[in-house]
Design a protein around this ligand. Structure first.
Ligand SMILES: [Zn+2]
Length: 86
């Protein structure tokens, strides 16, 4: 699977490793790395994110969804919509 490949080598918490990475709903491009194409939040055991940051990440992803910066389900994703219209 695509998202598994991205996180395959040596797991580490990206937010601990690089404190410059913004972790808030105003940066959906960062959050998008931690959800699947279908909009599901990827489990900590796969991404390697530490408990503290995963907790924050979850909150921020949910916030971003409410602000319509991220989608709830694939049916709301513009990418998927485009594909199904073809
Ligand atoms: Zn961390």
């Amino acid at each position: 699977m695509a998202f598994k490949k991205k996180f395959s080598r040596r797991k580490f918490c990206r937010f601990c490793a690089d404190s410059d990475i913004p972790l808030d709903y105003k940066h959906p491009e960062v959050l998008r790395d931690f959800i699947t194409e279908r909009g599901k939040i990827i489990a900590r055991r796969i991404t390697g994110t530490c408990a503290k940051h995963q907790r924050e990440l979850t909150t921020e992803i949910k916030r971003a969804r409410q602000m319509a910066l991220l989608f709830y389900t694939a049916a709301h994703s513009s990418d998927v919509k485009k594909k199904s219209q073809l």
